[in-house]
Ligand binder design. Structure first.
Ligand code: NDP
Length: 238
């Protein structure tokens, strides 16, 4: 199946920002492939849902092969899949931090590496990486998450310089707190050390309040559509 519309591939489209972005991109005229590990409950004309685990090399390569086979091109890649995980840096296990980086950083790098050859061959494309305000400010009790988003910032800006010569741009969207299931979907901290218990309770109250007053996912989806369609794209979208 080919399409006359530009093709956008969105990771983490089963909920939150990714789902809102997939639907907003359809409204903006894109053929959209929405991907995640869980199937999305919502079906929408113009969005093809496919399975993807960004932490798996084979899942990533076979997904990109399928999209190219089906649509022949990928004009926009939205690297949105991500997990959070709070807890004092000292008490988190190394494997928790590694798992977080495997999704938030290496997942995004796997996708970029798989899609770039096609965009280079096309002579055009945009890779839109969902970072966070925590990509440029520190976050006590979320150190590994903040580190993962700082890594996304450095990777994106460096790659943007590297691939511009091929007609490809790598752009950043940096959401503030957004009302999604992000916190609920995030792995819970390990057994707390007593010394941190009081700070943790304060932190959890602050996070719960911030989530309640946070932006709507549709607001972030608008920034993603702008990054995908602006004739002269900016490197960063708020
Ligand atoms: P959600 O938890 O609602 O969505 C996360 C999405 O990522 C889900 O669709 C999930 O699908 C997918 N995902 C998680 N792990 C994997 C994986 N291994 N492979 C493929 N897909 C995966 O959270 P948000 O919508 O809030 O988060 C989206 C992005 O926005 C993240 O990168 C997050 O860091 C960023 N962000 C969020 C903010 C917020 O306040 N909510 C603020 C700033 C940035 P499934 O489980 O089905 O695989």
């Amino acid at each position: 199946m080919t399409t006359n519309r530009p093709v956008a591939l969105v990771t983490g489209a089963s909920s939150g920002i990714g789902k809102a972005a997939a639907f907003a991109l359809v409204d903006a005229g894109f053929e959209v492939v929405g991907t995640s590990r869980r199937a999305s409950g919502d079906r929408r004309e113009g969005v093809t849902f496919l399975d993807l685990d960004v932490a798996s090399d084979t899942s990533v390569t076979s997904l990109v092969d399928r999209v190219i086979e089906k649509f022949g091109r990928i004009d926009v890649l939205v690297n949105n899949a991500g997990i959070g995980s709070a807890g004092a840096g000292e008490e988190r296990s190394l494997s928790q931090d590694q798992q977080l980086f495997d999704v938030n950083v290496f997942g995004l790098i796997r996708m970029t590496r798989a899609v770039l050859p096609h965009m280079r061959a096309q002579g055009s494309g945009r890779i839109i990486n969902i970072s966070s305000v925590l990509g440029f400010v520190p976050a006590p009790y979320m150190a590994a998450y903040a580190a993962s988003k700082h890594a996304v910032e450095g990777y994106s800006e460096s790659m943007d310089h590297e691939v511009r010569q091929h007609g490809v741009r790598v752009l950043l969207v940096e959401p503030a707190v957004t009302r999604t299931a992000f916190e609920a979907n995030s792995p819970k901290p390990a057994t707390p050390l007593p010394v941190y218990e009081q700070q943790r309770q304060v932190f959890e109250r602050v996070m719960a309040a911030a989530m309640k007053d946070g932006d709507d996912p549709a607001t972030v989806a608008k920034a993603i559509v702008a990054a995908a369609t602006d004739p002269k794209p900016k490197l960063r979208y708020p």
